[in-house]
Design a protein around this ligand. Structure first.
Ligand code: TYD
Ligand code: MG
Length: 456
C-alpha cells in the first residue's frame, strides 16, 4: 500500500518544504505554509499523462538554427483583447486570465471562442454544458466551430484535446481541474501547480495555445500560487467593480509584447462590449455648477483617458475626521490633504473627505493628483470648476506640481474631446508654444498657482 505523503507549501509563492515553517525562505512571507497530501502514484517512472505516447526529447540546438514562429499570431477578433495580448495569441503559449469571481472572465473567453472561425475547445470544470449554452445564447453569436467539454481530470482533457486538435483551448478554471497523481483536493497549491505544468507541456508540445482562467483571492493575488505567474507566458488581469458596467483588462506579464496595454469593456445584456472611446463614457455630461467635480487627463497604460474625480468635503460631526477613497489610493489622499493643509492652510483636519473616481475605475497614474487636489479645494470652498477644463500633473510634498508623463498625448485627447483648457506642470512649458490645437494650455508650478488661477 502506498504511504500517504504530505508536504508543506507556501500559499504565497508555492515553495515546498518537508516541514512547517513560520517564515517562507523563498518569498519572506510569514505564516503562509499549509500542509497538503501529495501521495504520488506508487509506480514511479510511468509517464505522467495516462494513455500518452512517450514524449519527444528536446535536442540541443544552435540558436541560429532555431526558427521563430512567434511572428504568426492568432487574431482574437476582439480589438481590446488583441491589444493586451500584443497583437494576438502566439501559438504554443500559455495565457492566464485572472480576476475576481463574477467579473466576467467566462463571458469574455466564451465570447472570444464564439467569434472565431477557428476550432476552439472550451473546457469547463465550473459550469454544465446547458449553462454554457445559455450564456452563448445570451451573447447571441452562433458558431459551429466552438466545442465545449465539461471535465475536470487534466489527463482526460489533454487526451481529448489531442484528438480534437483545436486551434485554441480554454480551461475554465485552473482551480477546478485535477490530476489523479496527486491526492489533494482541486484548487490546492500542489494541484494547481501540477495541472499548470501539464498544460504548459501540452501547449509547448502541440503548439496549441492554452488560455487558463484563474480566480483571484480577496487580497488580489491569483489564488494560491504566485508560481502560476512564473509558469505562464502571459498574465492578464480582468478587473473592475461588479456593480459598475466597466471592466478593464490589464497585461501584468507578457513574454511577447508590452505590459503597458489595457483594454476596456462594458458589460451589458449581451455580454461584454468593447469600449473604444472610454473618455466619452466616463465623464458625466450634466454636472455643471456642481462643486467637487473635476476632470483629469489621465493615462491608463498607454491610452489617454479623461476621467472624472469627485470629492465631497463636509465638516466632521465626530471627533475624528473620516477619509474614504474609491478607485484612488487612500494613503495618497491623506498625503494630498496634508499638503493642502500645510501649504495652503485649508482646514481639512476638521472635515470628512470622500473621494470617488467615477465609473468604478482604479487609477494608478500619479498625474491624476492635480485633478484630485482641485476637486478637494472645489468642494471645501464650494466653488465649481468649469466642465471644459482638465488637469494633468503630480503633486509633490512641498506643493510643487511635478511633471507628468506623455503630456502630448493627454493634450491631444483633451483637444479631441473639446476641452477648452488643460492645466499641465510648468516643466512642460514648451508645449504652450508648440500647441496647435484649439485647447488652451496653461502651466502651474505650485498649488498656490492653482488657487490663484481657478479659486481666486
Ligand atoms: P461570468 O463570466 O460568469 O464571471 P466569471 O467567470 O468571472 O465568474 O459573468 C459574471 C457576470 O456577468 C454575471 O453576474 C452576469 C453578468 N452578465 C451580464 O451582465 N450580461 C451578460 O450578457 C452575461 C453573459 C453576463
Ligand atoms: Mg466563470
Amino acid at each position: 500500500m502506498a504511504k500517504v505523503r504530505t508536504a508543506f507549501f507556501c500559499k504565497n509563492c508555492g515553495a515546498e518544504s518537508a516541514k512547517w515553517l513560520g517564515k517562507c525562505p523563498a518569498c519572506g512571507e510569514w505564516n503562509t505554509y499549509v500542509e497538503e497530501v501529495i501521495e504520488k502514484s506508487s509506480a514511479t517512472g510511468v509517464p505522467k499523462m495516462a494513455g500518452d505516447q512517450p514524449r519527444q526529447k528536446p535536442q540541443i540546438k544552435n540558436l541560429t538554427e532555431v526558427t521563430v514562429l512567434t511572428s504568426f499570431r492568432i487574431r482574437t477578433g476582439d480589438g481590446e483583447l488583441d491589444r493586451v495580448l500584443g497583437g494576438g495569441i502566439v501559438p504554443g503559449s500559455l495565457i492566464l486570465v485572472g480576476g475576481q469571481p463574477g467579473i466576467g472572465k467566462s463571458t469574455l473567453l466564451l465570447q472570444f471562442a464564439l467569434k472565431q472561425k477557428r476550432k476552439i475547445l472550451y473546457v469547463s470544470g465550473e459550469e454544465s454544458e446547458e449553462q454554457i449554452k445559455l450564456r452563448a445564447d445570451r451573447v447571441g453569436i452562433q458558431n459551429d466551430q466552438c466545442f465545449v467539454y465539461t471535465e475536470t481530470n487534466v489527463a482526460t482533457i489533454l487526451h481529448e484535446a489531442a484528438r480534437l486538435q483545436p486551434e485554441v483551448m480554454i480551461i475554465d478554471s485552473i482551480q477546478t481541474i485535477t490530476t489523479p497523481y496527486i491526492d489533494s483536493t482541486s484548487g490546492s497549491i500542489s494541484q494547481v501547480r501540477e495541472c499548470a505544468g501539464e498544460l504548459q507541456r501540452f501547449a509547448k508540445e502541440s503548439n496549441i495555445p492554452v488560455i487558463i482562467i484563474g480566480h483571484i483571492t480577496k487580497e488580489g493575488g491569483i489564488a494560491g500560487p504566485k508560481l502560476l505567474e512564473h509558469i505562464v507566458d502571459v498574465v492578464l488581469q480582468f478587473e473592475g467593480d461588479q456593480h459598475y458596467a466597466y471592466r478593464i483588462i490589464r497585461t501584468l506579464k507578457n513574454r511577447f509584447g508590452s505590459t503597458d496595454e489595457i483594454g476596456i469593456y462594458a458589460m451589458d445584456m449581451q455580454g461584454l462590449r468593447e469600449v473604444s472611446n472610454p473618455s466619452e463614457l466616463l465623464i458625466s455630461p450634466n454636472a455643471d455648477n456642481l462643486s467637487g467635480s473635476t476632470i483629469a487627463a489621465s493615462l491608463e497604460g498607454l491610452r489617454p483617458l479623461l476621467i472624472e474625480t469627485q470629492a465631497l468635503v463636509s465638516p466632521s460631526v465626530y471627533g475624528t475626521a473620516q477619509r474614504s477613497a474609491t478607485g484612488f489610493d487612500l494613503r495618497r489622499l491623506s498625503m494630498l490633504l496634508a499638503v493642502l493643509e500645510k501649504r495652503c492652510g485649508l482646514p481639512f483636519g476638521q472635515h470628512d473627505v470622500f473621494l470617488n473616481i467615477a465609473g468604478g475605475i482604479r487609477v494608478s497614474d500619479p498625474a491624476i493628483d492635480l485633478a484630485v487636489v482641485s476637486a478637494l479645494i472645489s468642494s471645501i470652498e464650494n466653488i465649481p470648476v468649469a466642465r471644459n477644463i482638465c488637469f494633468a500633473g503630480e503633486v509633490g510634498l512641498s506643493g510643487e506640481i511635478r511633471p507628468a508623463s506623455r503630456v502630448e498625448q493627454r493634450i491631444a485627447e483633451a483637444a479631441r474631446l473639446g476641452f477648452t483648457t488643460i492645466y499641465i506642470p510648468e516643466f512642460k512649458s514648451e508645449m504652450v508654444k508648440l500647441n496647435q490645437s484649439k485647447t488652451e494650455i496653461k502651466t502651474l508650478s505650485k498649488i498656490d498657482d492653482l488657487l490663484r488661477e481657478i479659486f481666486a
